[in-house]
Design a protein around this ligand. Structure first.
Ligand SMILES: NC(=O)c1ccc[n+]([C@@H]2O[C@H](COP(=O)([O-])OP(=O)(O)OC[C@H]3O[C@@H](n4cnc5c(N)ncnc54)[C@H](OP(=O)(O)O)[C@@H]3O)[C@@H](O)[C@H]2O)c1
Length: 355
């Protein structure tokens, strides 16, 4: 017998909460139901940050609290506070899939602990440690049709890979990319302290997030090559955190194999965006980053910033809401997975009644 697909969230931070909101704002909320959340923070703070969000505004539904549960529009979501996969009785909740949003588990051995603890499937809000640590890495709109449905661990890649791979893929097909440099200008994240403090193994992440432009380590080049292996050895990337709350950009600089000019590049990317509405967009209006807060597109190509220097040296600029667009892609990934996996949502009713 079919029923709503039962989901749990592990790690209820920026992405975990955005995912819950994105589902709440989507027609898919009738198909997927969040039944459990595991997060170290106390319940009162979780309820509070669900209700009020400095970046995305006040929650559009009713938010309440019960014993060990967050209540959204009258629907109870069980809350636990474990620090390990085994610390939660996942099987009790009969979940079909766990959305792993803590970012704390990247190796296959670590991720498999969730499966052993009662989570039949995992969708990661991060790339995992490597391609070998997951069964499939998805960029919705690029390769989601290759998902088979019987995977256990699927990664939704990163917000930056979701933004740049569709654009780079287009450029490579049309003009051939000889070498490419990607510079991410990323808003601050919770792995940076507000003022200087001991926080991370990356030294610069110990520096005040709101005081400086902070270069940080990035795995973007490897992330891109996971999707575009034809560019192996040709991609370099740099990430710079900037003191804004949300919305990021990528500045792409490439040597091309064939001649291109601004018009040809913009026409190509504008046409690509028209073919993928909701995923890619094109604009040549005079934007600043805040224009894209709560924007669902994986990337918005800013045509006003396209440059060439000679016929084969090109520069392209894209904007993306690193939180919201990525949460929307998690939903797209879930939908793509569920239609290929009939076992999701098929738990017998008597099993549910005993939960
Ligand atoms: N923010 C973005 O723009 C963005 C975009 C795409 C992908 N991602 C990826 O998504 C992941 C989460 O990022 P985020 O920005 O949402 O981080 P975040 O705001 O720090 O949220 C992570 C949450 O997980 C909790 N947590 C820590 N250890 C846990 C454990 N063992 N079990 C369960 N929960 C645990 C954290 O609690 P404590 O604070 O107490 O540690 C925190 O509340 C990262 O891998 C990140 O790279 C982030």
């Amino acid at each position: 017998m079919s029923r709503p697909i039962r989901l749990a969230i592990n790690g209820y931070g920026r992405i975990g909460r955005c995912f819950l909101r994105a589902l709440h704002e989507s027609p898919l909320k009738n198909k997927f139901q969040i039944v459990a959340i595991n997060e170290p923070a106390d319940l009162e703070s979780m309820v509070y940050l669900t209700h009020f969000d400095s970046t995305h505004g006040v929650f559009s539904g009713q938010v309440g609290q019960g014993p060990d549960c967050l209540i959204i529009d009258g629907q109870e979501i069980h809350v636990s506070h474990a620090q390990t996969p085994e610390g939660v009785d996942w099987a009790r909740h009969e979940i079909d899939l766990l959305v792993e949003c803590s970012g704390r588990y990247g190796l296959r051995d670590e991720l498999t602990r969730f499966v052993d603890a009662g989570c039949p499937r995992l969708l990661l809000s991060h790339p995992g440690h490597s391609a070998q640590d997951v069964d499939f890495t998805m960029i919705y709109g690029v390769n989601h049709e290759k998902l088979k449905g019987d995977e256990r661990i699927v990664s939704n890649a990163s917000c930056t890979t979701n933004a740049i791979v569709p654009v780079l893929d287009q450029l490579h097909r049309a003009f051939g990319v000889e070498q490419v440099y990607l510079t991410t200008l990323h808003s601050v994240m919770n792995d940076q302290p507000l003022i200087d403090g001991y926080h991370h193994s990356d030294l610069r992440r110990n520096r005040s997030a709101m005081q400086s432009i902070v270069p940080v380590a990035t795995g973007l080049a490897q992330g891109v090559v996971r999707f575009l292996p034809q560019l192996a050895g040709k991609v370099q990337a740099k990430a710079i955190r900037v003191p804004t709350l949300n919305v990021s950009a990528i500045d792409l600089v490439a040597n091309l194999e064939r001649n291109a000019d601004v018009h040809a590049i913009n026409s190509l990317l504008k046409a690509a965006a028209a073919k993928q509405p909701g995923l890619l967009a094109y604009s040549d209006a005079p934007h600043a980053s805040v224009d894209f807060n709560h924007d669902p597109h994986s990337a918005v190509i800013d045509g006003s910033q396209t440059r060439v220097n000679g016929p084969r040296f090109a520069n392209v600029f894209v904007w993306f809401d690193n939180e919201w667009a990525f949460a929307c892609r998690l939903l797209d990934a879930l939908q793509a997975w569920s239609v290929r996996c009939p076992a999701m949502g098929q738990t017998p009713k008597h099993t549910l009644e005993s939960v």
